[in-house]
Design a protein around this ligand. Structure first.
Ligand SMILES: *Cc1c(COP(=O)(O)O)cnc(C)c1O
Length: 381
Protein backbone atom coordinates (compact mmCIF):
# COMPACT_ATOMS: atom_id res chain seq x y z
CA UNK A 1 0.00 0.00 0.00
CA UNK A 2 1.14 3.52 -0.73
CA UNK A 3 1.72 6.14 1.95
CA UNK A 4 -1.52 8.10 1.41
CA UNK A 5 -3.61 4.91 1.46
CA UNK A 6 -1.93 3.78 4.69
CA UNK A 7 -2.48 7.23 6.21
CA UNK A 8 -6.20 7.14 5.46
CA UNK A 9 -6.91 3.52 6.34
CA UNK A 10 -4.40 2.11 8.80
CA UNK A 11 -5.99 1.84 12.24
CA UNK A 12 -9.14 3.45 10.86
CA UNK A 13 -11.53 0.67 9.91
CA UNK A 14 -15.20 1.70 10.11
CA UNK A 15 -16.56 1.42 13.67
CA UNK A 16 -17.91 -2.07 14.38
CA UNK A 17 -20.93 -0.87 16.38
CA UNK A 18 -22.28 1.81 14.02
CA UNK A 19 -20.25 1.82 10.81
CA UNK A 20 -19.00 5.34 11.56
CA UNK A 21 -16.28 5.97 8.95
CA UNK A 22 -14.20 8.03 11.32
CA UNK A 23 -12.96 6.45 14.55
CA UNK A 24 -15.29 7.63 17.36
CA UNK A 25 -13.87 9.80 20.14
CA UNK A 26 -14.18 7.43 23.10
CA UNK A 27 -14.46 10.14 25.73
CA UNK A 28 -14.55 7.85 28.74
CA UNK A 29 -12.42 7.22 31.82
CA UNK A 30 -13.49 3.61 32.40
CA UNK A 31 -15.34 0.65 30.88
CA UNK A 32 -18.19 -1.47 32.28
CA UNK A 33 -16.99 -5.01 33.00
CA UNK A 34 -19.27 -8.01 32.47
CA UNK A 35 -18.03 -9.89 35.51
CA UNK A 36 -14.96 -10.27 37.65
CA UNK A 37 -12.01 -10.56 35.29
CA UNK A 38 -14.37 -10.43 32.28
CA UNK A 39 -14.10 -7.39 30.01
CA UNK A 40 -13.74 -6.40 26.35
CA UNK A 41 -10.01 -5.75 26.68
CA UNK A 42 -10.58 -2.27 28.12
CA UNK A 43 -10.49 -1.62 31.85
CA UNK A 44 -9.31 1.92 32.50
CA UNK A 45 -8.62 4.68 29.98
CA UNK A 46 -5.09 5.57 31.05
CA UNK A 47 -4.18 2.02 30.09
CA UNK A 48 -6.31 1.55 26.97
CA UNK A 49 -8.43 3.84 24.85
CA UNK A 50 -9.70 2.79 21.39
CA UNK A 51 -9.26 6.27 19.86
CA UNK A 52 -5.67 6.47 21.07
CA UNK A 53 -4.99 2.87 19.94
CA UNK A 54 -6.25 3.73 16.46
CA UNK A 55 -3.85 6.67 16.23
CA UNK A 56 -0.98 4.59 17.60
CA UNK A 57 -1.55 1.96 14.92
CA UNK A 58 -1.80 4.69 12.28
CA UNK A 59 1.47 6.45 13.18
CA UNK A 60 3.34 3.14 13.54
CA UNK A 61 2.23 2.20 10.01
CA UNK A 62 3.31 5.59 8.62
CA UNK A 63 6.81 5.17 10.06
CA UNK A 64 6.94 1.53 8.97
CA UNK A 65 7.30 0.37 12.59
CA UNK A 66 5.62 -2.37 14.60
CA UNK A 67 4.67 -0.49 17.77
CA UNK A 68 3.34 3.04 18.29
CA UNK A 69 2.60 5.03 21.46
CA UNK A 70 0.86 8.39 21.70
CA UNK A 71 1.79 10.88 24.41
CA UNK A 72 0.46 14.17 25.78
CA UNK A 73 3.26 16.13 24.07
CA UNK A 74 6.43 15.67 22.08
CA UNK A 75 8.39 16.23 25.29
CA UNK A 76 6.40 13.51 27.09
CA UNK A 77 7.23 11.13 24.20
CA UNK A 78 10.95 12.00 24.45
CA UNK A 79 10.87 11.69 28.25
CA UNK A 80 9.28 8.23 28.03
CA UNK A 81 11.91 7.17 25.46
CA UNK A 82 14.73 8.27 27.77
CA UNK A 83 13.29 5.96 30.47
CA UNK A 84 15.01 3.19 28.52
CA UNK A 85 18.21 4.65 30.00
CA UNK A 86 19.23 3.85 33.56
CA UNK A 87 21.38 5.71 36.06
CA UNK A 88 25.06 5.37 35.18
CA UNK A 89 24.40 5.15 31.45
CA UNK A 90 25.43 7.63 28.77
CA UNK A 91 23.65 9.24 25.82
CA UNK A 92 25.17 11.00 22.80
CA UNK A 93 22.94 13.81 21.48
CA UNK A 94 22.90 16.10 18.41
CA UNK A 95 24.29 19.38 19.73
CA UNK A 96 21.73 21.54 17.98
CA UNK A 97 18.70 19.72 19.29
CA UNK A 98 15.28 21.21 20.05
CA UNK A 99 15.57 23.51 23.10
CA UNK A 100 13.02 21.56 25.14
CA UNK A 101 15.00 18.36 24.58
CA UNK A 102 18.21 20.08 25.67
CA UNK A 103 16.44 21.38 28.80
CA UNK A 104 14.95 17.97 29.68
CA UNK A 105 18.30 16.22 29.29
CA UNK A 106 20.54 18.76 31.04
CA UNK A 107 18.23 20.16 33.73
CA UNK A 108 16.04 17.17 34.61
CA UNK A 109 17.46 13.80 33.58
CA UNK A 110 21.06 14.76 34.44
CA UNK A 111 19.87 14.86 38.09
CA UNK A 112 19.30 11.11 37.90
CA UNK A 113 22.90 10.26 37.07
CA UNK A 114 22.32 9.91 33.33
CA UNK A 115 25.21 11.40 31.36
CA UNK A 116 24.82 13.37 28.14
CA UNK A 117 27.36 14.45 25.54
CA UNK A 118 26.29 16.91 22.86
CA UNK A 119 28.19 16.61 19.57
CA UNK A 120 27.77 17.70 15.97
CA UNK A 121 26.27 14.43 14.68
CA UNK A 122 26.49 15.65 11.07
CA UNK A 123 30.11 14.44 11.34
CA UNK A 124 29.66 10.74 12.09
CA UNK A 125 33.22 10.58 13.43
CA UNK A 126 32.16 12.87 16.29
CA UNK A 127 29.61 10.25 17.32
CA UNK A 128 32.23 7.52 17.20
CA UNK A 129 34.60 9.61 19.34
CA UNK A 130 31.91 10.35 21.95
CA UNK A 131 30.90 6.73 22.47
CA UNK A 132 31.91 5.22 25.81
CA UNK A 133 31.51 1.74 27.27
CA UNK A 134 28.30 2.88 29.02
CA UNK A 135 26.74 4.59 25.95
CA UNK A 136 23.26 3.12 25.48
CA UNK A 137 21.63 5.67 23.18
CA UNK A 138 22.43 8.09 20.37
CA UNK A 139 19.73 10.76 20.04
CA UNK A 140 19.61 12.55 16.68
CA UNK A 141 17.58 15.34 15.23
CA UNK A 142 17.79 15.80 11.46
CA UNK A 143 17.46 18.32 9.96
CA UNK A 144 18.06 20.46 13.03
CA UNK A 145 16.25 23.58 14.06
CA UNK A 146 16.74 26.25 12.77
CA UNK A 147 19.90 25.97 10.65
CA UNK A 148 18.91 22.67 9.06
CA UNK A 149 22.01 20.56 9.70
CA UNK A 150 21.58 17.03 8.33
CA UNK A 151 22.88 13.85 9.99
CA UNK A 152 23.53 10.63 8.06
CA UNK A 153 21.06 8.23 9.70
CA UNK A 154 22.57 5.09 8.20
CA UNK A 155 26.17 5.89 9.09
CA UNK A 156 25.37 6.96 12.66
CA UNK A 157 23.15 3.90 13.17
CA UNK A 158 25.99 1.60 12.12
CA UNK A 159 28.41 3.30 14.52
CA UNK A 160 25.94 3.16 17.41
CA UNK A 161 25.00 -0.44 16.82
CA UNK A 162 28.63 -1.54 16.76
CA UNK A 163 28.81 -0.08 20.30
CA UNK A 164 25.53 -1.70 21.39
CA UNK A 165 23.64 1.60 21.63
CA UNK A 166 20.14 2.34 20.36
CA UNK A 167 19.54 5.16 17.92
CA UNK A 168 16.63 7.54 18.41
CA UNK A 169 15.61 10.06 15.74
CA UNK A 170 13.34 13.04 16.37
CA UNK A 171 11.55 13.10 13.00
CA UNK A 172 9.30 16.07 13.74
CA UNK A 173 10.72 18.38 11.04
CA UNK A 174 10.34 15.90 8.18
CA UNK A 175 7.31 13.76 9.13
CA UNK A 176 7.24 10.15 7.93
CA UNK A 177 6.16 11.33 4.50
CA UNK A 178 9.54 12.93 3.81
CA UNK A 179 11.82 10.76 5.96
CA UNK A 180 11.45 7.29 7.45
CA UNK A 181 14.37 6.83 9.86
CA UNK A 182 13.65 3.15 10.68
CA UNK A 183 14.50 2.30 7.05
CA UNK A 184 18.06 3.56 7.66
CA UNK A 185 18.62 1.46 10.77
CA UNK A 186 17.32 3.88 13.40
CA UNK A 187 15.69 1.99 16.30
CA UNK A 188 13.19 4.49 17.67
CA UNK A 189 11.41 7.45 16.07
CA UNK A 190 9.94 10.21 18.22
CA UNK A 191 7.59 12.99 17.13
CA UNK A 192 6.01 16.12 18.33
CA UNK A 193 2.66 15.47 16.63
CA UNK A 194 1.91 19.10 17.50
CA UNK A 195 3.68 19.99 14.24
CA UNK A 196 3.17 18.32 10.84
CA UNK A 197 1.32 15.17 11.94
CA UNK A 198 -1.53 17.17 13.44
CA UNK A 199 -0.82 19.93 10.96
CA UNK A 200 -3.59 22.33 11.99
CA UNK A 201 -2.03 24.07 15.01
CA UNK A 202 -4.85 22.94 17.28
CA UNK A 203 -3.33 20.40 19.65
CA UNK A 204 -0.20 19.37 21.54
CA UNK A 205 0.88 15.74 21.26
CA UNK A 206 3.75 13.31 20.83
CA UNK A 207 4.49 9.81 19.56
CA UNK A 208 7.08 7.04 19.78
CA UNK A 209 7.45 4.32 17.12
CA UNK A 210 9.79 1.34 17.31
CA UNK A 211 10.30 -2.29 16.27
CA UNK A 212 12.08 -3.90 19.22
CA UNK A 213 9.59 -5.84 21.32
CA UNK A 214 11.44 -5.54 24.64
CA UNK A 215 11.92 -1.78 24.33
CA UNK A 216 8.30 -1.41 23.16
CA UNK A 217 7.04 -3.26 26.20
CA UNK A 218 8.95 -0.86 28.43
CA UNK A 219 7.69 2.23 26.60
CA UNK A 220 4.13 0.90 26.98
CA UNK A 221 4.80 0.20 30.66
CA UNK A 222 6.09 3.76 31.14
CA UNK A 223 3.12 5.19 29.24
CA UNK A 224 0.74 3.46 31.63
CA UNK A 225 2.87 3.94 34.77
CA UNK A 226 3.71 7.63 34.35
CA UNK A 227 0.45 8.33 32.52
CA UNK A 228 1.40 11.09 30.04
CA UNK A 229 -1.15 9.78 27.52
CA UNK A 230 -2.73 11.65 24.62
CA UNK A 231 -6.42 12.39 25.22
CA UNK A 232 -9.12 10.83 23.01
CA UNK A 233 -10.04 14.17 21.38
CA UNK A 234 -6.40 15.05 20.68
CA UNK A 235 -5.79 11.55 19.32
CA UNK A 236 -8.72 12.05 16.96
CA UNK A 237 -7.40 15.44 15.84
CA UNK A 238 -4.00 13.94 14.97
CA UNK A 239 -5.74 11.19 12.95
CA UNK A 240 -7.73 13.84 11.16
CA UNK A 241 -4.35 15.40 10.39
CA UNK A 242 -2.51 12.31 9.16
CA UNK A 243 -5.24 11.62 6.57
CA UNK A 244 -3.98 14.60 4.56
CA UNK A 245 -0.31 14.34 5.54
CA UNK A 246 0.85 13.24 2.06
CA UNK A 247 -0.95 16.11 0.32
CA UNK A 248 0.09 18.66 2.89
CA UNK A 249 3.77 17.66 2.87
CA UNK A 250 3.84 17.78 -0.95
CA UNK A 251 2.65 21.38 -0.78
CA UNK A 252 4.86 22.38 2.20
CA UNK A 253 7.79 20.99 0.20
CA UNK A 254 6.79 22.74 -3.04
CA UNK A 255 6.30 26.12 -1.36
CA UNK A 256 9.38 25.59 0.86
CA UNK A 257 11.55 25.18 -2.23
CA UNK A 258 9.98 28.22 -3.89
CA UNK A 259 10.44 30.40 -0.80
CA UNK A 260 14.07 29.27 -0.39
CA UNK A 261 14.79 30.01 -4.07
CA UNK A 262 13.17 33.45 -3.74
CA UNK A 263 15.20 34.26 -0.60
CA UNK A 264 18.48 33.20 -2.23
CA UNK A 265 17.96 35.87 -4.88
CA UNK A 266 16.81 38.65 -2.55
CA UNK A 267 19.38 41.45 -2.04
CA UNK A 268 18.48 41.90 1.65
CA UNK A 269 19.16 38.23 2.48
CA UNK A 270 22.74 37.29 3.44
CA UNK A 271 22.32 33.55 3.77
CA UNK A 272 19.63 30.91 3.37
CA UNK A 273 19.49 27.64 5.33
CA UNK A 274 17.51 25.01 3.40
CA UNK A 275 18.69 21.45 2.62
CA UNK A 276 16.96 21.72 -0.76
CA UNK A 277 19.33 24.48 -1.88
CA UNK A 278 22.29 23.32 -3.95
CA UNK A 279 24.42 25.59 -1.74
CA UNK A 280 23.51 23.63 1.44
CA UNK A 281 26.64 21.72 2.57
CA UNK A 282 24.65 18.49 2.93
CA UNK A 283 22.34 18.83 -0.02
CA UNK A 284 23.42 15.46 -1.48
CA UNK A 285 22.84 13.64 1.82
CA UNK A 286 19.45 15.30 2.28
CA UNK A 287 18.49 14.20 -1.23
CA UNK A 288 19.53 10.64 -0.44
CA UNK A 289 17.73 10.16 2.86
CA UNK A 290 14.74 12.49 2.47
CA UNK A 291 11.94 12.32 -0.06
CA UNK A 292 11.81 16.11 -0.13
CA UNK A 293 13.07 19.09 1.84
CA UNK A 294 9.91 20.30 3.56
CA UNK A 295 8.65 23.68 4.59
CA UNK A 296 11.22 24.88 7.14
CA UNK A 297 13.46 27.66 5.84
CA UNK A 298 15.79 29.95 7.80
CA UNK A 299 17.54 33.04 6.50
CA UNK A 300 19.91 35.68 7.80
CA UNK A 301 19.26 39.37 7.22
CA UNK A 302 22.45 40.51 8.97
CA UNK A 303 21.28 42.26 12.15
CA UNK A 304 18.71 42.30 14.93
CA UNK A 305 17.30 45.58 13.55
CA UNK A 306 16.77 44.07 10.10
CA UNK A 307 15.23 40.92 11.57
CA UNK A 308 12.87 43.01 13.70
CA UNK A 309 11.80 44.99 10.64
CA UNK A 310 10.99 41.81 8.71
CA UNK A 311 9.17 40.19 11.63
CA UNK A 312 7.09 43.29 12.28
CA UNK A 313 6.39 44.10 8.62
CA UNK A 314 4.90 40.76 7.62
CA UNK A 315 1.13 40.78 7.21
CA UNK A 316 0.21 37.28 6.10
CA UNK A 317 2.90 35.39 8.02
CA UNK A 318 2.15 35.15 11.75
CA UNK A 319 4.87 35.92 14.30
CA UNK A 320 4.77 32.84 16.52
CA UNK A 321 6.76 29.88 17.82
CA UNK A 322 5.89 26.38 16.55
CA UNK A 323 5.74 25.05 13.01
CA UNK A 324 4.13 22.55 10.70
CA UNK A 325 0.65 24.04 10.58
CA UNK A 326 -1.43 25.18 7.61
CA UNK A 327 -0.60 28.83 8.30
CA UNK A 328 2.83 30.32 7.64
CA UNK A 329 4.60 31.13 10.91
CA UNK A 330 7.67 33.31 11.22
CA UNK A 331 9.95 33.50 14.24
CA UNK A 332 13.22 34.84 15.61
CA UNK A 333 15.23 31.90 17.02
CA UNK A 334 17.79 34.01 18.98
CA UNK A 335 15.12 35.63 21.17
CA UNK A 336 12.32 33.06 20.93
CA UNK A 337 13.02 29.32 20.56
CA UNK A 338 16.76 29.50 21.30
CA UNK A 339 16.89 32.29 23.91
CA UNK A 340 18.12 29.82 26.55
CA UNK A 341 21.11 28.72 24.45
CA UNK A 342 24.21 30.72 25.45
CA UNK A 343 25.46 33.31 22.97
CA UNK A 344 28.74 31.56 22.19
CA UNK A 345 26.97 28.37 21.20
CA UNK A 346 24.31 30.30 19.26
CA UNK A 347 27.05 32.02 17.24
CA UNK A 348 28.83 28.74 16.59
CA UNK A 349 25.59 27.19 15.32
CA UNK A 350 24.78 30.18 13.10
CA UNK A 351 21.81 31.29 15.24
CA UNK A 352 22.69 34.96 14.88
CA UNK A 353 20.57 37.98 15.82
CA UNK A 354 19.76 38.40 12.12
CA UNK A 355 18.40 34.89 11.67
CA UNK A 356 14.71 34.50 10.82
CA UNK A 357 12.89 31.16 10.60
CA UNK A 358 9.83 30.48 8.48
CA UNK A 359 7.49 27.51 8.69
CA UNK A 360 6.08 27.76 5.18
CA UNK A 361 2.36 27.02 5.35
CA UNK A 362 -0.27 26.05 2.85
CA UNK A 363 -1.43 29.45 1.64
CA UNK A 364 -0.87 30.20 -2.07
CA UNK A 365 2.88 30.22 -2.67
CA UNK A 366 2.75 33.58 -4.46
CA UNK A 367 1.02 35.20 -1.48
CA UNK A 368 3.66 33.90 0.95
CA UNK A 369 6.48 35.16 -1.27
CA UNK A 370 4.82 38.54 -1.84
CA UNK A 371 4.46 39.02 1.92
CA UNK A 372 8.12 38.14 2.59
CA UNK A 373 9.17 40.39 -0.30
CA UNK A 374 7.36 43.46 1.02
CA UNK A 375 8.70 42.79 4.53
CA UNK A 376 12.30 42.41 3.28
CA UNK A 377 11.97 45.57 1.19
CA UNK A 378 11.08 47.45 4.39
CA UNK A 379 14.64 46.77 5.65
CA UNK A 380 16.69 49.96 5.20
CA UNK A 381 20.09 50.07 3.52
C1 LIG B 1 8.09 21.01 19.13
C2 LIG B 1 9.17 20.03 19.11
C3 LIG B 1 9.36 19.14 20.18
C4 LIG B 1 8.53 19.19 21.45
O1 LIG B 1 7.20 18.88 21.20
P1 LIG B 1 5.96 19.42 22.09
O2 LIG B 1 4.80 18.79 21.41
O3 LIG B 1 5.99 20.92 22.02
O4 LIG B 1 6.18 18.92 23.48
C5 LIG B 1 10.39 18.21 20.09
N1 LIG B 1 11.18 18.16 19.00
C6 LIG B 1 11.03 19.00 17.97
C7 LIG B 1 11.95 18.88 16.79
C8 LIG B 1 10.03 19.96 17.99
O5 LIG B 1 9.91 20.80 16.95
Amino acid sequence: MGFATTAIHSGQEPDQATGSVTVPIYQTSTYAQEGLGKNKGYEYARTQNPTRSALEQNIAALEGGRFGFAFASGMAAIDATLRLIKAGEHVVVSDNTYGGTFRLFTRVLANYNVEFDFVDTSEALNVEAAIRPNTKMVFIETPTNPVMIVTDLKEVSEIAHRAGARVVCDNTFMSPYLQRPLEFGVDIVVHSTTKYLNGHSDGIGGAVVLNDETDAEWIGFIQNSAGAILSPLDSWLVMRGTKTLALRMEQHDKSGRAVAAFLEEHPKVRKVYYPGSASHPQHALAKRQQKGFGGMVAFDVGSLAAARTVLEAVKLCTLAESLGGVETLISHPATMTHASVDVGKRDRLGITDGLVRVSVGLEDTDDIIADLDQALNAVSG
